[in-house]
Design a protein around this ligand. Structure first.
Ligand code: HEC
Ligand code: HEC
Ligand code: HEC
Ligand code: HEC
Length: 476
């Protein structure tokens, strides 16, 4: 399925679909129509406890060279005679360029400067601090050294996501069920919660690795992630077709992936707030958990500070970056209105605890995490139909009008969400091809352009763009 036509250099989420006006992968759209309508009604398999991430699993990593055989995953083009496409390696090398070059980035000037600024003793390409996210970096004794099979230079290779292949490599192509492969060490990338934990482990961080404000201060780019969009942009090298679900794999739709991605992102932020190794920077709390622009803005001109009702905070106070909370809340308004209201209240209390020291931030973080654990199965069971899509876009756009997305990160996440939602309007037949093209070319690209550069973000401009999209979608 050659669905990816756009350029993914730079900030793909915003650039590929926004400023350049490039099209969404249309064949993917047609394909998803088939698979959502056929399989959406299948019961979702029960979710097990969070599996161990590939980097920390018990199995040896066999190296990309063990996957790329032409009769395995290294076929030049997609093949139809087996369950999987078999050209995954070629897709990864040619189109998943960010992951394939992730290690090489550590050799460049930017990386050397970051590392020097931090006073690191090792070079970045030998430093676990960097390799943990810029490569598949299991412990040394978990790497297949025979025939130089495992190469750290491969960057974020197959097993960084799919798990060390020591036990599943031989048997996995001989009719094993998905469950059997998982038992043998395959990571369940099809399960949205597990996938979110995996991607966020590098795209936000976890207890073992984290891009903190020191790393950003040293020159590391800020992290920005949205699971549904990034899954598409990675790009897809799989086809959730009939045999896919028959083998016992989950094929959730984009909106469900988005919602679960937001829930897990909130959970990870809260975990960082609770983690004594990550939640402090000397006298300060860890600053990456806060809205960057709360501190980073010019001071020599009058600022037009705007209140955000939901936070209850006044001017001159650094706010938490609550973008994922804001998105999760909108998903919950469709799935469980009571839980949405509770999250709104808890978020307000969390803001006041984290910024003004009123209340117990740790206790709140713990209780919101417990709520999320209860809500995840609900999100997993969510059937995203036409009515749900309409409700969701209305909820997000109403919230934009009430001034809740005046922080850059909030607007950025809302814009990415709307991009996925409008695309799903097309998939669900709420709009036709021509309308989709026109919305994408006008309202959507205008909106995406307003969040393209965090340093030039104008909340009023973004609000006007949300308004235009709202008008355009009204009644659809
Ligand atoms: C927690 C995971 C994590 C850690 C730790 C980490 N990085 Fe990154 N790094 C990322 C991710 C994810 C991106 C892509 C960010 C984006 O654009 O969304 C990135 C981007 C970069 C970029 C920009 C890449 C480009 O294509 O322009 C450089 C340079 C970089 N990292 C260097 C380093 C160095 C040097 C270290 C160690 C001192 C390091 N990183 C540690 C996850 C990490
Ligand atoms: C950044 C993470 C990541 C990397 C790197 C990655 N994959 Fe995947 N892969 C995924 C995700 C996510 C899926 C979709 C969920 C699923 O099918 O498990 C997937 C699906 C697959 C599938 C399943 C297709 C099916 O129909 O069941 C195969 C096969 C596969 N990948 C092979 C590879 C190979 C080979 C490589 C390396 C050349 C690779 N992947 C690299 C994340 C990754
Ligand atoms: C082992 C760490 C790791 C894992 C796991 C991982 N990524 Fe990444 N990813 C990176 C790094 C590092 C970069 C940036 C590399 C660069 O720009 O040179 C990146 C870049 C990307 C980009 C391009 C982003 C940009 O700003 O240009 C996308 C899209 C992406 N990842 C999607 C995913 C998805 C989806 C998953 C989960 C299925 C995932 N990644 C899992 C480390 C990881
Ligand atoms: C609570 C205030 C605060 C927040 C929130 C904050 N920063 Fe900072 N940032 C600072 C301070 C203070 C410095 C140090 C300035 C100096 O060295 O002169 C700094 C320095 C930096 C630098 C180095 C720039 C330079 O010229 O020295 C970067 C880059 C940076 N921050 C990025 C970010 C990003 C990205 C975020 C959001 C994820 C963020 N900051 C959130 C206060 C903050």
């Amino acid at each position: 399925m050659a669905t990816r036509s756009f350029d993914t250099t730079g900030r793909p989420a915003l650039r590929a679909l926004g400023a350049t006006g490039a099209a969404w992968p249309r064949r993917l759209a047609l394909f998803l129509v088939v698979c959502t309508s056929t399989f959406a009604s299948l019961p979702q398999p029960a979710r097990a406890a969070d599996p161990t991430l590939p980097q920390y699993g018990p199995d040896k990593h066999e190296g990309v060279s063990s996957c790329d055989g032409s009769t395995c995953h290294g076929s030049a083009g997609p093949r139809n005679d087996r369950n999987v496409l078999q050209n995954e390696y070629v897709t990864w090398v040619e189109e998943d360029r960010h992951h394939t070059r992730a290690y090489k980035v550590l050799l460049n000037k930017d990386s050397l400067r970051i590392s020097r600024n931090l006073g690191r003793k090792q070079k970045p390409h030998q430093d676990d601090l960097c390799l943990d996210c810029h490569a598949d970096n299991p412990p040394k004794d978990k790497r297949r050294t025979e025939n130089n099979a495992f190469q750290i230079e491969d960057g974020v290779g197959c097993e960084a996501c799919h798990g060390g292949a020591e036990r599943y490599l031989r048997p996995h192509d001989s009719g094993n069920t998905h469950a059997k492969n998982i038992e043998l060490g395959l990571y369940p990338t099809d399960q949205p919660v597990a996938r979110a934990r995996l991607c966020l482990s590098c795209h936000f961080g976890n207890r073992q690795k984290f891009v903190d404000h020191r790393l950003m201060g040293a020159g590391h780019p800020r992290q920005s992630f949205e699971l549904a969009l990034f899954s598409i942009l990675q790009p897809y090298h799989w086809e959730p077709d009939e045999d896919y679900t028959k083998r016992g794999k989950q094929a959730p739709n984009d909106i469900k992936i988005w919602a679960i991605g937001q829930a897990v992102a909130v959970d990870e932020v809260l975990d960082a707030m609770l983690d004594p190794k990550r939640n402090r920077m000397g006298l300060f709390p860890e600053l990456v958990l806060y809205d960057c622009h709360a501190c980073h803005h010019p001071i020599d001109k009058k600022q037009d500070w705007q209140p955000r009702q939901s936070t209850g905070l006044g001017p001159g106070v650094a706010r938490l970056n609550d973008a994922s909370f804001l998105m999760l809340m909108q998903a919950l308004r469709v799935v469980d209105a009571g839980a949405a209201e509770k999250l709104r209240k808890d978020l307000r209390a969390l803001h006041q605890a984290a910024s003004e020291g009123r209340g117990d931030a740790q206790a709140l973080a713990t209780s919101v995490r417990a709520d999320i654990a209860r809500l995840l199965p609900k999100l997993e069971a969510w059937r995203v139909d036409k009515a749900a899509l309409r409700k969701l876009s209305k909820a997000i756009l109403d919230e934009a009008m009430s001034g809740e997305y005046t922080d850059y990160a909030g607007s950025e996440q809302a814009a990415m969400a709307l991009q996925t939602i409008v695309y799903n309007y097309l998939i669900e037949g709420l709009i036709d091809d021509a309308t989709y093209d026109s919305i994408e070319g006008r309202e959507l690209s205008k909106l995406l352009a307003t969040v393209q550069d965090p340093d030039r973000f104008d909340p009023n401009g973004a609000k006007a763009a949300f308004k235009q999209l709202q008008t355009r979608l009204a009644g659809r």
